[in-house]
Design a binder for this molecule. Structure first.
Ligand code: FAD
Length: 383
């Protein structure tokens, strides 16, 4: 069986590693980025305990390498920007091991390494053709021209939120915006940072999220509601506007928030601004010749830190199933119910970002037995 993997981000890299030396399977991997170019090198992310559990059970060497390159994510606290504490959760109350806090560049570097020798970098999937037997032939743009490497029995779309493989086989998915802007910033040399593990700070529905990552750096992400037209106005992309957005009534920000507001002011020009949106869950094309993993199948809202986390689970599960001779239907059966549950939970947990929600009541509800039960299921019910 000849399998082509499009994209070596999170899901594609793990699948490629999991299929190394698989009997009866020949794998080729294609990646848009150049070798050593870890596209999101500037920022950090938190990956859930469930991804770590999946890796520990099935990819122990990768689990160990990631633990080495990351900091443990043990805690989730939520404050108002004046410092009033609303929630303080020990992740080990609802998980079997901590999650991790890591730089994007390190995550991609470590995940891509095992299958680097079989990856064709600088290859952008552009079109699809068929051979006489009806197998898909991907057409790549590389070195300024179009290149084909023959037909594949299965193509795996691990090419992210704007998956070209999904668009070519199933049409462009309709995006459902969450109605918020999400920005991110990585701050270096942070000896004076007054916090360490994962925290969130609310002022109205505007939220700061921050934690330390390895290398004496801090990751800061901001979220704020957008107008109905979804436009991120230039006036909001200034240090003054962001300071206003997060400064509590009365003007006294907590030490953590005051520290972040100063860093935002210094780093305003390097902030990356984006909109959060979901696309419908889709695991494969109607002919079962294309399988979708990670964001290509299930791009979700970022509230619970489950985007890359679920991409890890996708890569682990798909590798095990394809190795054992299973196909797209088995991957769908193993993944879709769990992904649907986590997507719904993530959307509901985003209530505090949506205007009209009572931040204090909705955040305190995240300490309820009902919410914690769903969080425990998210963090532990790994295939
Ligand atoms: C602001 C922000 C913050 C986030 N924070 C978190 C977080 O803290 N925790 C978390 O779990 N998730 C987070 N996410 C979500 C996370 O980024 C994604 O869910 C995750 O990267 C998806 O992994 P993936 O493998 O599906 O795709 P990606 O990691 O996006 O990888 C796709 C790969 O495909 C390649 N590619 C794309 N198109 C082509 C093509 N046509 N041809 C060839 N190659 C192609 C790309 O170069 C890339 O290497 C965040 C997202 C955003 C936007």
């Amino acid at each position: 069986m000849r399998i082509g993997i499009i994209g070596t981000g999170v899901a594609g890299s793990i699948l490629a590693e999991g299929l190394l030396d698989a009997p009866g399977i020949e794998v080729e991997t294609f990646e848009r980025a150049a070798p050593g170019d870890h596209a999101e090198a500037g920022t950090g992310l938190n990956v859930g305990p469930n991804a770590m559990k999946a890796l520990r059970l099935h990819f122990p060497a990768r689990h160990a390498a990631l633990r080495e390159a990351s900091l443990p994510w043990r805690r989730w606290f939520v404050d108002l920007t004046d410092g009033t504490r609303l929630l303080d959760l020990d992740l080990l109350d609802v998980a079997e091991e901590p999650g991790m806090r890591i730089r994007w560049s390190e995550l991609y570097r470590l995940l891509r390494a095992p299958a680097a020798h079989q990856t064709r970098h600088g290859h952008v999937l552009e079109a699809l053709e068929e051979d006489a037997a009806g197998r898909l032939v991907p057409v790549f743009r590389a070195d300024g021209g179009l290149i084909r490497y023959g037909a594949f029995d299965l193509l795996v779309g691990a090419d992210g939120r704007y998956s070209r493989l999904r668009a070519l086989t199933c049409g462009e998915p309709e995006a459902t915006p969450l109605g918020v802007c999400v920005w991110r910033l990585l701050v270096a040399d942070v000896a004076d940072c007054p916090y360490d593990d994962y925290g969130q700070w609310f002022h109205g529905n505007a939220r700061l999220l921050s934690f330390r990552v390895p290398g004496d750096a801090v990751y800061i992400a901001g979220t704020f509601p957008l107008p109905p037209d979804g436009r991120i106005a230039a006036e909001t992309q200034t240090a003054f506007a962001q300071r206003t957005l997060f400064t509590p009534a009365g003007g006294r920000a907590s030490p953590a928030v005051a520290w972040m507001l100063d860093r935002i002011e210094e780093g305003i020009d390097s902030i990356h601004w984006a909109r959060s949106a979901t696309i419908p869950l889709l695991r494969h094309d109607p002919s079962s010749r294309a399988l979708f993993l990670g964001d290509a199948a299930q791009a979700m809202v970022p509230t619970l830190g489950q985007g890359a986390t679920q991409a890890v689970e996708c890569g682990v599960v798909a590798a095990r199933i394809l190795r054992m001779g299973g196909g797209v239907a088995e991957v769908a059966a193993a993944r879709d119910e769990r992904v649907a549950f986590i997507r719904q939970f993530s959307v509901e947990a985003s209530d505090t970002l949506i205007p009209g929600t009572d931040i204090v009541a909705a955040t305190r509800a995240k300490g309820s037995a009902e919410f914690l039960g769903r969080l425990r299921r998210t963090y532990t019910a790994v295939a």
